[in-house]
Design a binder for this molecule. Structure first.
Ligand code: CU
Length: 69
């Protein structure tokens, strides 16, 4: 499954790396792409292992705001 999330608060490459690492620490993540300019985080994941709620919580946990599209 693929989900696009609107993530507020990312300002630089370090933020992108923080979000990427946090999401990748979850089980079932296949691919994450972060578009800093568009504030979009695109995640491919195995829905039998994780869900949008868990992904959003993880992003919030490391200090960003998730606005679901
Ligand atoms: Cu940053």
């Amino acid at each position: 499954m693929n989900k696009n999330l609107h993530v507020e608060g990312m300002t630089c490459g370090h933020c992108v790396e923080t979000v990427t690492k946090a999401v990748n620490s979850l089980a079932g993540i296949k691919k994450i792409t972060v578009d800093l300019d568009q504030k979009q985080v695109s995640v491919d994941f195995d829905e039998s292992q994780t869900d949008v709620g868990a992904i959003s919580s993880k992003i919030i946990e490391v200090g960003f705001e998730v606005i679901e599209n």
